[in-house]
Design a protein around this ligand. Structure first.
Ligand code: HSE
Length: 439
């Protein structure tokens, strides 16, 4: 075994993931040092409330409630940032980098929103920022895209990358449970972010998609250009109607790169119930990737939780340790592509994005209504794939009509929806979801 001194680590944050990381490092210390070539030793940790009981015995570690002291601690080679949120995480990470320390972080918002600044600071210091745990918890999707698929032109990816949304959508489908009920469950189980609107309104998935798209396509981190819809308005009826037609509704983060530009979108999507992505259930995450050489592939696993996230944090630590003595210019670039080789490909406006659609509308049950709808769709060159009149609610004057369409540009669909909504025989708003088959 190597006679090199251990690499010294300081951990910011002793919550679920912090304690999980300490546990995995201690439990697998021998395996980890066999892989890294040196042992990895946590010498210090910072937490807001030192009196709090912890899931890990920290008596061998020097503890502080001053994170700024930790990032300045001269013993430490690598800072592991597990406090989450953008501030003070950003300030602490920049301070650690300025002090010449490498950083491992699980912080998706930090990388999505401030990655450019952070990577530039790391580059200037010749140190590394590793962030595998920021996307899809324990799934090594960053490493796969950045290294394993380095020979490909990545064409698209579609991910279930928010476990809370997936847990909720699965529960609504499997148990016919309503939205509010399953949100409370997801919070009680500890899946949801401190502010669950980050999960259910799609912000968390958009942070993660920002990172995935940059690494997949060699484009800048651009959270501000992502189209985002959450799951807040999904009705149980739509989950049931979709299921009856052979589809599941999943909250997907989709990125694609073709001649029309880069697509960056997060929204509920109908996918065929038999597709492998539709069978990723509960809190599990998955990312479907299409590369020109590899074809279609899918990674799946736990997207959150103490140990799966620790699995990625520790893998990053091993990577950083292995690269400590290498020339910084020859390390794997933070965003997979060399910083001066990023593409400025335009982001495709949603109006130009093409997809198939699921529509639901409440129509008066009388002759000619469906003919009017078909005429409007045809006038926008929208082809109907399936149409189904559902059971009306008791005493209702309308019947729910569900239509699946073939692929069409979003702008044409918006115009058609506006015209159909204006029909006197259509009551209320028309519900629409995009539909993908990944064929
Ligand atoms: N709230 C996140 C999720 C946790 O539900 O996936 C992991 O980032």
């Amino acid at each position: 075994m190597s006679k090199l001194a251990s690499v010294k680590v300081g951990v910011l944050g002793l919550g679920t993931v912090g304690c999980g990381t300490l546990d995995v490092l201690a439990r697998n210390a021998d395996e980890i040092s066999r892989r890294a070539g040196r042992s990895i030793e946590v010498v210090a940790a910072a937490a807001r409330d030192l009196s709090k009981p912890r899931a890990f015995d920290c008596s061998e570690i020097s503890l502080t409630d001053d994170p700024y002291a930790l990032v300045a601690d001269s013993r430490i080679d690598i800072v592991v940032e597990l406090i989450g949120g953008t501030e003070p995480a950003r300030e602490l990470v920049l301070a650690a980098l300025a002090n010449g320390k490498h950083v491992v972080t699980a912080n998706k918002a930090l990388i999505a929103l401030h990655g450019n600044e952070i990577f530039a600071a790391a580059h200037a210091q010749g140190v590394t920022v590793a962030f595998e745990a920021a996307v899809a918890g324990g799934i090594p999707v960053i490493k796969t895209l950045r290294e394993g698929l380095a020979g490909n032109t990545v064409q698209s990816l579609a991910g279930i990358i928010n476990g809370t949304c997936n847990y909720m959508m699965t529960a609504m489908k499997d148990r016919a449970a309503n939205f509010d009920e399953v949100l409370v469950e997801a919070q009680e189980l500890g899946y949801a972010e401190a502010d669950p609107s980050f999960d259910i309104d799609g912000v968390d998935a958009a942070h993660k998609l920002t990172i995935l798209a940059a690494i997949a396509f060699g484009v800048p981190l651009q959270f501000e250009n992502i189209y985002v819809e959450g799951i807040r308005d999904i009705a149980l009826d739509d989950v049931r109607y979709a299921e009856a037609l052979g589809y599941s509704i999943k909250h997907l983060a989709i990125a694609a790169n073709d001649s029309s530009g880069v697509q960056l979108r997060v929204h509920p999507t109908l996918i065929p119930a038999r597709h492998m992505l539709a069978n990723v259930n509960g809190v599990m995450n998955a990312v479907l990737i299409r590369g020109d050489a590899v074809g279609q592939m899918m990674l799946s696993g736990a997207g959150a939780g103490a140990e799966p996230t620790a699995s990625s944090v520790v893998a990053d630590l091993v990577d950083v340790v292995r690269a400590l003595t290498t020339d910084p210019g020859n390390r794997v670039p933070h965003l997979a592509f060399q910083p001066d080789a990023l593409s400025q490909a335009p982001v495709c406006p949603m109006a130009d994005v093409e997809s198939a659609y699921y529509l639901r509308m409440d129509a008066r049950d009388q002759p000619g209504v469906l003919a009017d709808i078909a005429r409007i769709l045809a006038s926008h060159e929208i082809s109907i794939e399936a149409i189904r009149q559902q059971e009306p609610a008791a005493a209702a004057v309308t019947v729910p009509v569900v239509i699946l369409t073939q692929r069409v540009r979003e702008q044409a669909m918006q115009l058609a929806i506006a015209e159909m909504t204006a029909l006197a025989d259509i009551h209320g708003d028309i519900v629409r979801y995009r539909m993908e088959t990944f064929a």
